[in-house]
Design a protein around this ligand. Structure first.
Ligand SMILES: Cc1ncc(COP(=O)(O)O)c(C=O)c1O
Length: 427
């Protein structure tokens, strides 16, 4: 399917028309095709019921569709259905791991993260550190470099228990080779967790190829509904993982004295799940399968390559962009600033006096003008990855991120919008 044809499936673009809106905040969340919206509406219209409980027709139908959704989503990443735990999003999956794996860690045990992690792969481990006094070490890569297996190997010691890294940075778009990194981590006997929030929606991902123990991703970043995400865990890994939340669904028996747990994956799904979310995500997976994940990746690679060409040709004064220039390792994410000019010391940051650069055009101003002039919707701010923003030496950045419905025309509009902003602010 061409991007024009794909766009036809998204009612939101009909609302604004072709001229009206260029949506470039796909790393935050994606738009939803009719197929996904209809799957959600169908649940509420035709077979709304709780799952795994009633032995009446509606209950059985809902349970069957919910189970099929799990199987389909598992199949999408090459996992068995009992290896897929439904959660709300990547953040919840990583919190689950920090709590459940964390319960087995002790003082001085080490966890390795990187400076390009999203806050959801930093804060849960920092909260664990407060409880257990574990040590967190950061790989500090330059923004132009992906994370290399050697970067991980250099930090591994006998005390390393967990390595948790993003497969793709949500600011830089750098794609890390998770298979090679996992090999290094497993050689040391540590557990490998992959944050797949920016990889599963955008490229073929097969957990068996990577070999990781756990992988987390969010449905809403891959055409699915909000409030549904997945934690993949290898069968043997999940079997050994203590439950996170307690309540209905996750137990087999409860007495006044105690409880026994359900089999995996239900052991990790306490309470009524997001049934329509899972069914909607399965419809999103079907939509992506029809396009083909190789094609999704190729399309985005083509768009980011074209973006780089436009950056060069437009030669906008003061424009600085971030991320690797190796397009084989670059996702469809383009973060930039206009003018990192005067330096100043900000005293109130936690690390003390970090020398940061003021942006000549603040990303919030730029995004606002981009929307008002050309209908280009961009993200501005710290992108929930403040350590990387600090390492870039700035306070914020503007980000464009692409998906299946974007086209070269959208990239052209992006540069028109940047130029309009530069003109407005008199640079
Ligand atoms: C790399 C990465 N990890 C984790 C997350 C968190 O995703 P969610 O908000 O869906 O939990 C995001 C969201 O932007 C992300 O880009």
């Amino acid at each position: 399917m061409e991007s024009n044809e794909i766009r036809e499936h998204f009612p939101i673009f009909k609302r604004f028309g072709r001229e009206g809106i260029v949506y470039l905040d796909n790393a935050a969340t994606t738009q939803k095709p009719t197929e996904v919206i209809e799957a959600v509406v169908d649940f509420y219209t035709n077979y709304c019921s709780n799952v795994h409980r009633g032995v009446y027709r509606l209950g059985e139908e809902a349970t069957e569709k919910f189970n099929k959704a799990r199987e389909n989503i598992g199949n999408f990443i090459g996992a068995k259905d009992n290896e897929i735990v439904f959660v709300r999003n990547t953040t919840e999956a990583l919190n689950l791991l920090a709590n459940s794996l964390g319960s087995k860690l002790g003082e001085g045990d080490e966890i390795i993260l990187s400076n390009s992690e999203h806050h959801s792969n930093i804060v849960p481990w920092q909260m664990l550190r407060e409880r257990k006094n574990v040590k967190i070490k950061f790989i500090n890569s330059k923004h132009t470099e992906t994370i290399k297996p050697d970067d991980v190997a250099d930090l591994i010691t006998k005390k390393t228990r967990i390595v948790s890294l993003t497969a793709c940075s949500n600011i830089l778009g750098n794609i890390n080779d998770m298979k090679e990194i996992t090999n290094v981590v497993h050689d040391s006997g540590a557990i490998m967790i992959v944050d797949g929030a920016q990889s599963v929606p955008h490229m073929p991902v097969k957990v068996k190829d990577i070999g990781c123990d756990y992988l987390a991703f969010s449905g809403h970043k891959m055409l699915g509904p909000t409030g549904i995400g997945c934690l993949f865990g290898r069968e043997e890994s999940l079997e050994n993982l203590p439950p996170f939340l307690g309540g209905g669904e996750m137990i087999r028996t409860v007495t006044k004295e105690g409880f026994t747990c359900e089999e995996i994956p239900l052991r990790f799904e306490a309470g009524t799940p997001n049934i329509e979310g899972a069914i909607g995500l399965s419809a999103a997976v079907n939509f992506l399968k029809r396009i083909g994940m190789e094609n999704v990746r190729q399309h985005e690679k083509e768009l980011i390559t074209y973006t780089m060409k436009q950056e060069e040709e437009n030669n906008i004064k003061g424009l600085v962009s971030y991320g690797t220039r190796n397009m084989d390792r670059r996702a469809g994410i383009y973060a930039f600033n206009i003018g990192e000019i005067p330096k100043f010391d900000r005293e109130n940051l936690s690390d003390g006096n970090i020398s940061l650069k003021v942006q000549a055009i603040h990303p919030h101003d730029l995004s606002s003008v981009a929307d008002r002039t050309y209908g280009v919707e961009l993200r501005s701010g710290h992108h929930c990855a403040m350590p990387m923003i600090q390492d870039l030496g700035v306070t914020a950045a503007t980000r464009a991120s692409f998906y299946v419905y974007n086209s070269r025309d959208d990239v052209d509009r992006l540069f028109d919008a940047i130029k309009a902003s530069v003109k407005r602010f008199g640079l």
